[in-house]
Every structure is written in C-alpha cells, then in structure tokens.
Ligand binder design. Structure first.
Ligand SMILES: Nc1ncnc2c1ncn2[C@@H]1O[C@H](COP(=O)(O)OP(=O)(O)OP(=O)(O)O)[C@@H](O)[C@H]1O
Ligand SMILES: [Mg+2]
Length: 257
C-alpha cells in the first residue's frame, strides 16, 4: 500500500522584502508502507521544509499530499507521525522517562499506560537503567536515542527523521544507524529520513531520492537492493555510494553551479 503520496508539491516563502523564495519546485514521490526512504540533497535545498510540511507544522503552497490515500489536511490525528529532529530537543528539567512520556500526556492513555509506554520505548532504544537520569547526564548519542524513543512512544505509523545523527561522531553515528535499522525491523514503521550524507542514505535505505538545489525536486531515485542488517564494508554499498556521488556531479553540471 502507498502510505504517502506527494504530487507536484511546491512551497515558497516570502523574503523580508516580500519577494518570493521558491524552496520546493514540484516534488513528486511516494513511500510504501514499511519502506525506509531517504531524501538526500544539498544544504538549504528545502529538506526540513518538506518534513515540516509532512508533519503539518508548515503549510504547502501547491500540490497535494495523501496519507493513507486521504488528503493530509483531513487526517485529523496528529499521533500518526513521529518526528526526530537534528538536535534531541529534550526538556532538561524532566527525567528521560518523563521526556518520553511527555507527548502522551494529552492523549487518551491513562497515566499508568503512559509510564508503561515510556518504559517500553526507552528499553527498545537500549536505555534501560537510565530512566531517572536527566538529559544533561547523558551523552549526545544517548540523548538522541531518547528523542527516538519519544517519537516512537506515540506509536506513529510514519517516522520522520531530520538528520538525526549529523551532530554525532562517526563511530556513535554508525552504532545509532545499526540500532535504527534494528528498531525499524522490529516495529515495521514507515520511515522518511532526511540527510545530506550519501553513505548514510545508502547504508540505511530501501530507496533514496536524490533531490536538487532550491527550488527542489527529485533528480533521481535509487533502489538499494541489499538485505538487512547491512555491513559497512559491503562492496555493493560502496559501489552504490560511488554511483550516488556521480549523480551529484551530474546534477551540478546540469544545474550549472
Ligand atoms: N520559515 C521560513 N521563512 C522563510 N524562509 C525559510 C523558512 N524556513 C526555511 N526557509 C528557507 O527555505 C530554504 C530551505 O530551508 P530548509 O531548512 O528546508 O533547508 P534544508 O535542506 O533542510 O537545509 P539543511 O541541510 O542545511 O538543514 C532556506 O533558504 C531557508 O532560508
Ligand atoms: Mg534541514
């Protein structure tokens, strides 16, 4: 089933002088249920804007988005989407269990169920034993795992991730990527993962969309037909990373910059 359909999506902002800044210039793609799709594009091309539109935080200017075959705006329950930002954005005055519980506090669950969900997802991301710690007592990678647990705790159908590992060192980022794949396989979520890191996108995804500079659109789609869990030293992944790098060169030549 097609979980998300994006058709001819456009988005512009108004600059301070009221001239138009075209950020998304007719973006079309779809994501199947349970698929891991990465959106790979240069800095400033509109990736975060796209995720914000999908999350309903930002409006679109044109085109349409369907979630479960219904227009985005009609899908009333915001609990469908989990969002992991580039920075963990935790509440420093709450324990990490209270952080994970936080988005559940205005939902339908009883207080006891909220604690139960928070606990379950903290364990899923490997933080059993740290429940009563405060964010500043954890490393950056652990904080990002709390953010992932918080996004999963609402049991979203779709997980939107905006460069969640880009502020981590490469060794920690590798561990986190492997962990994310494990969680994805265990929870069978549909994931849209934004990054500008080619090898990260190749390592993680079923499919990646290479998007252009602003106003962004899909330049090419690449399927990564390698089973999971994947090995960083897999020659096929290395070849595909080189292939995607060449696409970027081709894209820059075509766009003349
Ligand atoms: N609320 C806003 N008002 C005006 N312009 C905005 C707004 N949000 C984003 N932009 C502009 O839209 C463009 C795309 O921004 P966006 O944050 O989506 O890029 P990005 O691809 O996520 O970049 P990065 O990889 O650096 O995170 C930028 O030029 C930015 O200045
Ligand atoms: Mg961004």
């Amino acid at each position: 089933m097609k979980k998300i359909v994006v058709r001819d999506l456009t988005k512009h902002f108004l600059r301070p002088d009221e001239s138009r800044l075209d950020v998304i210039g007719g973006l079309t793609f779809d994501v199947k249920e349970g698929e891991f799709v990465s959106i790979l594009g240069p800095s400033g091309c509109g990736k975060s804007t796209l995720l914000n539109i999908l999350a309903g935080i930002e409006t679109l200017s044109g085109g349409e988005i369907l979630l479960n075959e219904r227009p985005l705006l009609e899908s009333e329950d915001g609990m469908r989407l989990g969002f992991v930002f580039q920075q963990p954005r935790l509440l420093n005055w709450r324990s990490i269990r209270e952080n994970v519980k936080f988005p559940l506090e205005h939902g339908a669950l009883s207080n006891e169920e909220q604690w139960h969900f928070a606990q379950r997802y903290l364990e899923l991301v490997g933080l059993k034993g740290f429940e009563d710690y405060f964010p500043q007592q954890l490393s950056g990678g652990m904080q990002q795992r709390v953010a992932i647990a918080r996004a999963l705790a609402v049991e979203p159908e779709i997980l939107l991730m905006d460069e969640p590992f880009s502020s981590l060192d490469e060794i920690t980022a590798r561990k986190m990527r492997a962990e994310l794949i494990r969680i994805w396989q265990e929870t069978k979520k549909t994931i849209i993962f934004v990054t500008h890191d080619i090898s990260e996108a190749v390592y993680l995804s079923n499919r990646l969309l290479v998007v252009t500079e602003r106003p962004t659109r899909v330049f090419d789609t690449v399927s990564i037909d390698v089973g999971y869990p994947r090995d960083y030293d897999d020659d096929r992944l290395f070849e595909m990373t080189k292939g995607v790098s060449r696409l970027f060169v081709k894209m820059e030549e075509r766009h003349g910059n």
